[in-house]
Every structure is written in C-alpha cells, then in structure tokens.
Design a binder for this molecule. Structure first.
Ligand code: WTA
Length: 648
C-alpha cells in the first residue's frame, strides 16, 4: 500500500473564480443565504433538518428516530417504512404528473422510446409481478447485466418495489467478474439481454451470462430481454424471455412497505486490497440523500430534461441517472451507446434533438471531446443547456474551462461534484446559483456533510494544507456495510483513522472553504473515472501461465486521467505475448483494466522484507527520474534496469 505522507504537496496553482450569472442566480432553487442557513441547520439541528427533507417523500409508517449512530453503524429514519419505487413513480402519478415524460431513451441505432410516469409505473408494476412469479422475494439478491436500455431502469425499480436487492454489474465486465459478483451476492436470478449495442456492434451479453452461470451454482433463473435479434443459446429449465413473463402480467402492483434500513442494492467497487467489495445501501437514507442532492445540485425545475451520461453499472448511474431524478419527478434522458457513434458529435446531436437542459458527465469524456476540437460541438445547437456537471475524477482546469466555454456557451454554471460509491450521493460541490466556481476545485460540503483534512494519525490540518479527506459524522446515504464482510467495512472506512470516515482521497481546503481533490492515496486507480484496484489487476496478470509476478501502477494520461502500467516477471523465462496478455486481462476483468504499457522485468524493487515499492514504479512508469530514498531496497540497481526497459 502507498504510504501517503502526512502532508501532500499542492502542485496546482489555479486562481480563476467564475461566478454564476445574475440571470441564473435569480431563478435558482438555492441562493447563497439559503445554502448557508440550511447547511448550518443540517449540522446544528440535524434531526430537524433531515426530518424536513424526508417528510417531502412518502412513508407508509413514520420513523421514530432520525439517526441511531452506533459507530461505525448508522441507521436512519429508524422504524420508518417506505418504498423507493413508490416515491419515484406512484407519488408523481398521484400528484397529477402521470402524463409527464419520465424517461426519454435513445438507442445507439437512433431508436427513441419514451415513457410517461404513468407508463413507467405500469411497466415497473408488470416487472414486479413477474419477479414475484419467478419466486423472487424481499431480501433476495438479483444481479443485472444489461445494456443501458429502458428495461434496465424498469428492472432496478421493480426490484426496489418488491424489496429485492439489486446488484448491477456493468455490461463491459467479463465473464469471471460477473460470476464473482453473482456468487458473492448469492443471487438467485440474473437479468440480462441477448445483446447490447456498442460502437455499432451487437455485443452478445447472453453468451457471457451463460458462461458466468456455469460458474455460479446458486443461480436459478435467467430473465432475458430481447434487445437485438442475435441468436442465443437457451436452457429451457433456466431461461425465460422478459417479454413472455413480464408482458403477460397485470400493470397493477402495490409497492411493498419496507423498513427504512431494508437493503436497496449492492454495488461492487474496487478497493486497495482483495476482491471488489459489495457496497450495500439501504432504502430510506439513500432515498433522502439522492432526492435532496439531485434537487439542489442540479437546480431541477419542472420543465428540465436532465441527462446524466453514466451507465447504470456505476454508482453515478444509480444515484443520478435513475433514482435521484425520478424521485424529483424529472424527465430524464438515457442514451444506450458510445459517445463517438457514429462520430464525436453524437452527444451534441442528442442534446439538440431532445433539447436537453442539464448535462452531467465525466472529465474523461470532456477531455476526449476537447481533443477532437471545438468545431464538432459547434455544429449542434446547444442553446437548450443551462447547467453542466462533472463527476468521477479530478477535472483539470483546462478541461473545466473548455466544458464551460464550448459546451456551456460561457453561460452555464459548471458543478464539479465529489462523491463515491460508498457515499451514495454528492458530498462536495458548489450549488450552481449560490456559489462561484473555481475550476479544478469541487467546492463546499453538501448539507449534513462535515469534512476535514487530516493526517494519518488524525490531526486536523488547516487551510491550504494537503492531507487526507475524511468525513466526521454519518450521513443518510452512506453505505451501511460491505455485503457479507462487515469487518472489512469497519476497517476500511472507519478504522483507518479512528472515529471518522476515510475516503481514500487526498485533498486540501482553501481559505474560502473550497475542497480540491488531489487523487487517491491508496492503491486504487481511476481509469476514465472508473475505479480499479491494482491488486485485482495484479491477480489477473499472475493468473496467466507465463507470468510469475506482477506489479501494477497508474500513469497520468491526458484522456483517461490515469492508465494502467504493468510490470511483469515471466514464469521460467517464458516469452510474453503482449497482445495475448492484454486479452487475458480483458477476459479476466474487462477492457477497462487492459494495461496500456507492459514492462517485462527481471526483478521488482522490493524492500528487504519483500514489499514492492510502488512509489518507484510510478516514477518509472511516468518516465520521471527516480526520487526518494532507495536505501531500503534490497537491490537499488533494479530501478535503473527497469527504467531502461522499453514498454511493450
Ligand atoms: C474520484 C464516483 C475528484 C475520487 C462518483 C473518489 C473525484 C472516487 C470526483 C470514487 C471529483 C469522484 N473530483 N475526484 N469530482 N468524483 N472522484 O466510487 O477519487 O466510482 O474517491 O464514485 O472517484 O469513485 P466511484
């Protein structure tokens, strides 16, 4: 594990401050005064604050206690009963929004499907009835392995409606990654599709699902959506077509009243050690957190068409493509495919065609667009946009400025939102009408969030001092545990620095209270905004017959933020075929984890106790001179040799 120094140097000297326009501020949901007042209330009278927010939603039974905090375990809205799907659908239909568009979906092939709130409620009800017929009960886990099609959203909401716990696995993950997640969650049902479209090709998901099912003995049924007319293998006693079993159901279904702490979903994410962990979120707190943050951060209004480009395989897709906006009765846009299909203008064409008003995307995408020039976005009419958001990794100030100028026409505020799979909802951001932005800095804490910058030993640091980002009190949408491994939950999040939540990121706070994230301080890479553990990739590499040992580090990358560099030792002097090894990692984990550079080494820099010094490997990977004390190494000569070895 990296040894973060207690103080992290500040390399970035960015001084631009960009205030929202008077016009935006005048119409904004939250003003500066409002933020100050509510933020103060959220810390000083948290029970009152959170009750007021939660009361805007529907509860079948009221809570008796807002927070029960038995560190490190929190329960929110204790004793309350509610239902996520009811709040995201029925509640809006009941208040007369049945005819409002809930989902506008565009397939990669240009097909458009639209669902009003009443229609979506009908579809979700049918799917909920179907799940029940398939034997799924409250508390059962259901794995979803789907393209970004409306059925994915319907399936998530149907699970939530009956209290089944969904575990969405990104469609780009490999067979073994899928099988591991099905097994860890002990899912009985897998919902998948015959195929999904990606860059014009139908990617056969059912084939992967079949192979994963062969490795997952506990899996009983597979529910298959027909998306492309691709031929699939069929196992009569196990497989059912979505259309057959969902299509025939009644479109009425009473949402189950569920305990506030009933698990809503598990989502696997990478950590610095071991296999990916199932981050577990519960119903009431997550609902309140995503509802509040979506409304405040995205300044949602009745006539907005809101587009978050994240796939539902990631937390951003859960909280801000699906749950948060639907809880607010917003119209959301979903797009199935790649940003460069048929060309790099696709996003801008979608915005023009549907008149999207709010766009939330990732820095890696922004940098790719930027790399293709200003002319492509200039071809589309982007005047419908009024607000832009960024998430997933630090956004460099140049990309921030480009986003604002070229996509936002210099008029749209840009919010840079910091949060994590584990936090469930946005934690640090500016509010678009309330606060000026500082490019590259996420901004201020959201309501109820009490961050601090600390040293490893828990000493709080002052303004402009780089250190570890921690959160000092629980918040409603925080993870409750790691599925099946509460010990890991305790250790990873509340045990590193006793008494506070340790996020794994380095950060600093300036004298205005703005937080700037300086990147991960553990062995987690952030590749194109996606978290990958170095350990996971190393395990995949050594699983290859010609590799005996491997060390993986990240290297700064102009588009992806970080890319994967692998140092490998060969087994008995065997040859390494780089293409074959890359293919192997893709098969083991997924294309995201494929190493950009592979360095075939004779030895790795190790301490006398056998610990790999990744710090030096990072310097070598980045082509930097070796800096730091090499005297603890068993053989410092290894470093020069590695630096002189060309990557393959
Ligand atoms: C990073 C994604 C800087 C950070 C929502 C965090 C960010 C990890 C930002 C979580 C941001 C996310 N600025 N860094 N605005 N947003 N990160 O779990 O390192 O996929 O710890 O959640 O992404 O990644 P995750």
């Amino acid at each position: 594990m990296t040894q973060p120094s207690d103080h992290i140097d500040n390399m970035l000297h960015e001084t631009r401050v960009i205030a929202p326009s008077a016009e935006f501020t005048a119409q904004a949901r939250v003003t500066r005064e409002e933020y100050d007042r509510r933020y103060r209330q959220s810390l000083e009278q948290p029970d009152e604050f959170w009750s007021e927010v939660a009361e805007e939603l529907h509860w079948f039974a009221p809570w008796t206690q807002v927070l029960d905090w038995q560190p490190p375990h929190a329960q929110w809205f204790v004793g309350g009963q509610t239902n996520m799907a009811y709040n995201a659908l029925d509640r809006h239909v009941a208040r007369g929004l049945g005819d409002k568009r809930a989902v506008v979906w565009e397939g990669e092939d240009g097909e458009v499907r639209t669902f009003t709130y009443a229609e979506l409620l009908g579809e979700v009800s049918r799917a909920a009835n179907a799940l029940t017929e398939l034997g799924v009960q409250a508390g059962d886990r259901v794995t979803l392995y789907l393209p970004l099609i409306p059925e994915a959203v319907i399936a998530m909401l149907a699970c939530a409606r009956i209290g089944a716990v969904h575990s969405v696995v990104f469609g780009g993950f490999s067979v073994s990654a899928l099988a591991d997640r099905i097994n860890d969650a002990q899912s009985k049902l897998l919902i998948t599709a015959d195929a999904g479209y990606r860059r014009g090709k139908a990617v056969n998901l059912k084939e992967n699902a079949d192979q994963a099912a062969a490795l997952a003995p506990g899996l009983e049924k597979m529910l298959v959506v027909r998306r492309a007319a691709t031929p699939v293998a069929w196992q009569e006693d196990r497989d059912v077509w979505w259309n057959d079993v969902v299509g025939s159901q009644s479109d009425r279904h009473g949402a189950a009243p569920l305990d506030s702490e009933h698990p809503l979903f598990v989502l696997y994410t990478s950590g610095s050690t071991g296999k990916p962990k199932g981050v577990q979120h519960t119903t009431g707190g997550y609902m309140v957190g995503t509802y509040l943050t979506t409304q405040a951060v995205f300044d949602l209004k009745d006539d907005d068409l809101y587009w978050c480009t994240a796939d539902i395989g990631w937390i951003t897709g859960h909280s801000y493509s699906v749950y948060g906006p639907l809880l607010n009765g917003a119209s959301i846009l979903l797009y199935e495919g790649a940003p460069n299909q048929p060309d790099w203008g696709r996003f801008w064409q979608i915005i023009e065609k549907h008149r999207v008003t709010i766009l939330y995307t990732a820095p890696t995408a922004i940098r790719s667009f930027m790399g293709h020039g200003d002319e492509i976005p200039a071809r589309s009419d982007l005047s419908s946009l009024r607000l832009l958001g960024s998430v997933g990794e630090p956004i460099n100030p140049e990309a921030w400025m480009w986003y604002r100028r070229v996509i936002g026409g210099d008029r749209c505020p840009v919010v840079d939102t910091w949060w994590q799979t584990e936090t469930g909802a946005i934690m640090l951001t500016t509010l678009p009408g309330a606060h000026p932005s500082k490019p590259g800095s996420a901004g201020l804490p959201m309501y109820g969030v009490e961050p601090a910058i600390m040293t490893r030993s828990g000493e709080e640091l002052g303004p402009d001092e780089g250190g570890l980002l921690v959160i000092k009190r629980p918040w409603p949408s925080m993870l409750r545990t790691v599925y099946g491994d509460d010990e890991r939950y305790r250790k990873t999040y509340w045990g590193e620095i006793p008494g506070v939540y340790f996020a794994g990121d380095g950060a600093r706070r300036d004298s205005d209270g703005y937080y700037t994230i300086m990147g991960r301080v553990d062995d987690v890479l952030n590749v194109s905004g996606h978290r990958l553990g170095t350990m996971e990739i190393e395990s995949a590499l050594v699983a290859h017959p010609s590799v005996s040992e491997a060390a993986v580090v990240g290297r700064p990358d102009p588009i992806k933020g970080e890319c994967v560099v692998a140092f490998v030792l060969t087994q008995d002097g065997q040859q390494i075929d780089p293409a074959e090894l890359r293919g192997h990692v893709t098969r083991e984990i997924g294309a995201l984890a494929r190493p950009d550079a592979i360095i075939v080494a004779d030895a790795l820099p190790k301490t006398r106790s056998g610990k790999i010094m990744r710090r030096f490997l990072r310097q070598i990977a980045a082509g930097q001179p070796i800096q730091g004390d090499t005297s603890t190494l068993e053989d410092p000569g290894v470093l020069d040799k590695l630096a002189a070895t060309p990557a393959v």
